[in-house]
Design a protein around this ligand. Sequence first.
Ligand code: MLT
Length: 428
Amino acid sequence: MSESAKLSFKGQDYEFPVITGTENESAIDIAKLRASSGLITLDPGYKNTGATKSAITFLDGEEGILRYRGYRIEDLAEKSNFLEVSYLLIYGELPTQSQYETFSKEITHHTLVHEDIKKILEGFPSNAHPMGVLSSLICALTAFYPDSLNPNRNKEEINLSIVRLIAKMPTFAAWAYKNEMGHPVNYPDNSLDYCSNFLKMMFALPAEKYDVDPVVSSALDKLLILHADHEQNCSTSTVRIVGSSQASIYASISAGINALWGPLHGGANQSVIEMLEAIKADGGDAKKYLDKAKDKNDPFRLMGFGHRVYKNFDPRAKIIKKAADDVLEKLGVNDPVLEIAKELEHAALNDQYFIDRQLYPNVDFYSGIIYRALGIPTDMFTVMFALGRLPGWIAQWKEMRENGEPIGRPRQVYTGANERDYVSMNKR
Ligand code: MLT
């Protein structure tokens, strides 16, 4: 029996259908709210508003559950790999051996980029933030593949764009880093797996042999899996709303990269390390900063703690914490910044102030630590987040387009001046 919700307003009763998803989440369908009552809803930040129905990712913030297409993130992080998870998110099912081999081969075949891309790259000063370079190069794909601008492209053409994005994003990410370093770029090495190829493009230097450390490559693959999707977060919602105007997938993903850049979203992992380095520069007294975080008159806030959705713990953080401990031990990393991180982590997990406010270490806290241990430079951390989130963005864009969702166009409540006559203030 279908449920409904009733609303009373100015003596009039209204009834709206309630829909329930496969995990028993329920929502009031207000598609007819304005037409029937003249009312709209107001929900800044959309904390109580569902933008869509989606079959891609399920998360339960209260229980700390995260699943991609029904598979637990814990199982995927332990048993799968990033390309297989990308296929799962985008196409809805785990690939057969043959499908996986075809997908991997197509991606390997498309890792190279047009030589003219280097001219765009060389136009950026070396102090350009890699996220700005990355979003620009991804959007530049619209110029090299103008067919992508046609909103009525068939499935094969869209799949080609998907393969190009997954294949070329690591190349662009590594080239953005090389531009920052003032080093010559490295071309892809198609004999390597996805993460090893990226690491070699990032860190190989001319005339020097570069061997990828399998510990680093494996840790990076796990990190990318853990960041691959997260339902309707800020950057994914951006990709969906840009895509809803029938903009190309390249323009939509470029917009998602820019949304992720903000310190309240993907930039948080960079802010975590910057916070830890500032504490170290100020003498390394973690307790001093924990006290500052508790002082409501002090503007200092702990970065990398708590989460908008998860109310007890971020399941990704638990996995990354263990991976960070493993990597630090295997690589023999001894970094004072990481010691400060462990003191903050211990306090947050044991201090009632932080426990009461659910300020536990989140995915950004630990990912910043592990990227640092892997030798990834700080301002590349958010680029790593984008690399991981790419298949999620693609999957959500594809679902939105396949479901024929309308253009996103929210309403508003106007609070400005009422009608007034024009009287010039300038005695011209
Ligand atoms: C994410 O993974 O996108 C972040 O945790 C932010 C979010 O989900 O709101």
